[in-house]
Design a protein around this ligand. Sequence first.
Ligand code: NAG
Ligand code: NAG
Ligand code: NAG
Ligand code: NAG
Ligand code: NAG
Length: 641
Amino acid sequence: MMRQWPIVLLISAAFRVAVGSTCLADGIPPERRKNLVNVKLGETYPLGMHLNDWAASYASSAVAKILLEEKLGYNVTERLTGAATVDAYFAVAGCLTPTIIGNRGCGDGPAVTYSHVSLEAWTEGYAATWEQIQTDYPATAPVNVGNMGYDGKVSFYIGRGVKEAAWESEGLNLDFFRGYNISWHLAAKYFDPPSVVNNSLLLPCNVTRLWISRVMQFYAELTGDWDGVDVNDGVVTAKCWEGKFWYAPSCRGNSSGCFVFLTGGNGWDLENSMQKATAWNMPMACATALNWKWFTNLPLQHDMMFYWWVPDPTFLSLSPLEVAFPPHDRQAHLRGDKRTSMSTTSVDICVSKDLRVLAPDAQNLFENWDISLKQVDHMLLDQMNTGDGWDVTACRWLQNNEETWSKWLPDSTTCFAQFGLYNSVTKMFVENRDDPTNLECLACPSGSFSRELVDSTGLTHTCALCPVGTAQPLGAAVQCDQCDYGTYQDEVGQTACKPCKIGAYQDEKGQGVCKVCPTGMTTLGLRGRSPLDCGCAVQSIDIGQAGEPNCVSCGPAGEYLKCPFGSTIQALQSGQAELGEAFVPEIEAGYYSTDAAPLEVYMCANTIQCPGGEPGTCGGGLEGIPCAECPGGRDLVGHGV
Ligand SMILES: *[C@@H]1O[C@H](CO)[C@@H](O)[C@H](O)[C@H]1NC(C)=O
Ligand SMILES: *[C@@H]1O[C@H](CO)[C@@H](O)[C@H](O)[C@H]1NC(C)=O
Ligand SMILES: *[C@@H]1O[C@H](CO)[C@@H](O)[C@H](O)[C@H]1NC(C)=O
Ligand SMILES: *[C@@H]1O[C@H](CO)[C@@H](O)[C@H](O)[C@H]1NC(C)=O
Ligand SMILES: *[C@@H]1O[C@H](CO)[C@@H](O)[C@H](O)[C@H]1NC(C)=O
């Protein structure tokens, strides 16, 4: 992951005219963009944006995509499109099928997510699901980085034509909930009945919120309308008519007395319309449009009540009127009781938990994001009037509003993992950005590692020298490697560990010194890894008891005893050494000692009688001390002690 701001900007400015593939004059062109680098997984992949299936989300996401690509230099992919804010929660948490109600594909908890951000999240309405995801998937649960810069409002709307017809014919006020009380008025006659809506343009009940058991059970408990739901094995689903509709109690007996309430997505807030219909005695037939296209077209074709919100341009041509309900009760809504009017709600940005590490500058961009409702509306209207794609519309907005978005860009002292703050004038890495002049980000050199620094500006990284006991041969590292067994490092900032010298060993990792072998002992070579690598030096032998080493001399080389490195009395007696045959101590040829006192060595007359080797060895079937039939050879010549 290379990121050297000033150079990238200079080069891309030079190429701009020729390439022309960017929206912004000094945008980073595609061939210079980078993927996210996941050090833990050893994987690289593009920054993933989860889109929500409504206009303001498309507009803001298109703006974000251009800034991520052209200003921060990321490869960006647009991933699944979700029809509801909750889909985005599951997507950004890393669930594999985030848009499928009933099976979001989260498994036992996702390990990684390839969706890193979702803009235009209407979080307040789905607080319970948010909390549940935080509890169920703590490792990957999304993070809310705050408000986009405006609040939105969802409500129920009718076309102006419907309202005027009712007003003119009987002074009936259909922009007020009491106008729908079936005991007083037949409001439905100013709308089209369910039967005129082409049924194949509606979503089946079983793929909408009508099939979320928890939500429907709450509905039935709140309103007492158990006739409006089915209960099977404890699973509660809404009753479903014509495969597509739920009818309110007040028109359930005769659906031609119902008017249609249309929502979109996977049945956005259906429980809200159900609660209101039952509580306020409204003859409502609730249905969900097949997709965005029909959600935005059916209300233009038929007189119906529909779910809508600002910011959004879709129904502006109807001059829609909001239907008023009793004043908003926040506590009740948080409990799930949505009988009162809806309130304005914060429209937020959610990012993945790991974005902060993978792309701190992108996280920074979203934390700084601040666009006004007016500006979003402007983009939405521009798109509607021109029919241009969202990318073209967003680009046009960016080109004309630099003073707005330039404030969102992270400054050049926001360094990634693997990078550190560097003063380009003194040519030194620095430990903080108390003085931000001349600072940039440079990959950490070998012998150092990139360390998180959180200060008043936010998260950045500095390069810190590898501490004693560690080293780092590579640049752009996020940690130093501990020195292995048999090695040490007594200085900071080193690229390699030093081997333990002869006579020393290290049986722990990450150490600043080696341990010295016990007196008289040494090692065979460098890098001793354990106390067992220490042995008596050549021509000495360990006669110690119970693990306490005690090396004694074996006399001059070539005489009585041959004692290779690491000799022990046990090896002498058994003729076997752990290090191998070459390390077995033995009696020299022409000498003899007994098993019982192997170090009391006798000189023999010749090497045939006393071939040497293990104590107690005689040649030619002889025996005794030393090898009985050994005339004149009975001199005890000494022993090693
Ligand atoms: C960015 O994405 C493009 C197209 O997907 C790919 O060819 C390129 O290798 C990616 N860049 C990096 C640095 O991975
Ligand atoms: C209903 O919609 C479907 C799908 O668009 C279409 O094929 C069919 O002709 C429509 N039916 C009527 C009666 O308009
Ligand atoms: C919904 O119902 C239809 C028709 O009854 C059925 O074919 C379909 O498989 C169901 N879908 C789900 C997700 O249960
Ligand atoms: C159903 O309601 C419609 C409209 O309100 C009415 O014309 C019709 O007679 C009713 N049908 C029955 C069977 O009650
Ligand atoms: C509907 O109107 C009737 C008759 O005035 C009234 O008794 C009832 O309380 C009203 N229902 C609601 C939910 O306002």
